[in-house]
Design a protein around this ligand. Structure first.
Ligand code: 6PG
Length: 228
C-alpha cells in the first residue's frame, strides 16, 4: 500500500484515468461528490477513450436521470463530455431494477466480460465518514459477502437512504490497481480507521487490499491529518 498526500490529488486521479483510458483498460468509476473534480479534469484532456470500458463500483437504486444516480454524476462530469467518437463502452449498474435484479444483472455482465476474478486495470473508490467504500457499510452483511462479485444492499448505512448495488470485497480485491481518492477534514478519522497500521477491522475499507494488485491512497492534507 502506498499513501500519498498531495495538494491536488484529483489531478493525479485525472492522469491515471486518462492514461488507463488511452491504453484501452477496464476502469471502475465511483460515486459520491469527491471524484467529480477528477472526472471533469479528465474530460478536458481530449483523450480517446473508445478502446476503454467503464464500470461502476456501486449505484443507488434510482433511475439514471435521478440527481442521486452515480451514473448521472459520472456522465455529466466525464462520459457525456467526451466527444462522441471517443467515448468508451459504459456498463452502468441498473439501479432502477432494484437491488436484487440490478446486482444479478451486473454480476452476469462482469462474468461475461471479465470472468470470476475481474482484473480491473484501475478501480477508483472514495471513503465515507463512517469508513464505508463503494456501498459496503460498516456492520452490514454485504461486507462479509465472499461468493458474489456484486450484491444488492437493501438498507444503506448512510444518506441517501436508498437501496444500493455494489461490488463486493472479492471483486474490489481482484483489481490490478485500486485507488482511493479522499479529501477533506471530515474524512480524517475514517482514513485513520481504514489505513493506519493496524487498521480498524470494522472499517470496510480496511479490507480493500488487492491480492495481486496495487493499492494507492491519495489524500489531501486535511484528510491525512489523523495519520501519523
Ligand atoms: C456512493 C459512493 C460512496 C462514496 C463515499 C464518499 O455511492 O455514495 O460510491 O462509496 O464514494 O460515500 O462520498 P463523497 O465523495 O460524497 O464523500
Amino acid at each position: 500500500m502506498e499513501i500519498r498526500v498531495e495538494e491536488n490529488p484529483a489531478a493525479t486521479v485525472s492522469t491515471l484515468l486518462v492514461d488507463t483510458a488511452k491504453a484501452g483498460g477496464n476502469i471502475v468509476l465511483t460515486g459520491g461528490s469527491t471524484p467529480k473534480l477528477a472526472y471533469e479534469m479528465a474530460s478536458r484532456a481530449g483523450a480517446n477513450w473508445s478502446e476503454a470500458t467503464v464500470w461502476f463500483s456501486d449505484e443507488r437504486c434510482v433511475p439514471p436521470e435521478s440527481g442521486q444516480s452515480n451514473y448521472r454524476m459520472a456522465n455529466e462530469a466525464l462520459l457525456g463530455r467526451l466527444s462522441r467518437d471517443t467515448r468508451p463502452t459504459v456498463h452502468r449498474m441498473e439501479g432502477e431494477l432494484g437491488p436484487v435484479a440490478g446486482a444479478a444483472g451486473y454480476e452476469a455482465l462482469v462474468y461475461e466480460h471479465l470472468g470470476g476474478q475481474p482484473q480491473w486495470d484501475l478501480l477508483l473508490l472514495g471513503l465515507g465518514p463512517d469508513a464505508h467504500c463503494a456501498s459496503l457499510f460498516p456492520g452490514k452483511p454485504e461486507v462479509s459477502e465472499r461468493r458474489h462479485l456484486v450484491t444488492g444492499v437493501p438498507l444503506a448505512g448512510m444518506e441517501p437512504q436508498v437501496p444500493r448495488i455494489t461490488l463486493t470485497l472479492p471483486a474490489l480485491n481482484s483489481a490490478r490497481q485500486v485507488v482511493f481518492l479522499i479529501t477533506g477534514a471530515d474524512k480524517a478519522v475514517a482514513v485513520k480507521r481504514a489505513f493506519a497500521d493496524p487498521p480498524d477491522p470494522d472499517s470496510p475499507a480496511a479490507h480493500v487490499r488487492p491480492q495481486g494488485g496495487e493499492l494507492l491512497v491519495l489524500l489531501d492534507p486535511a484528510a491525512a491529518k489523523e495519520l501519523t
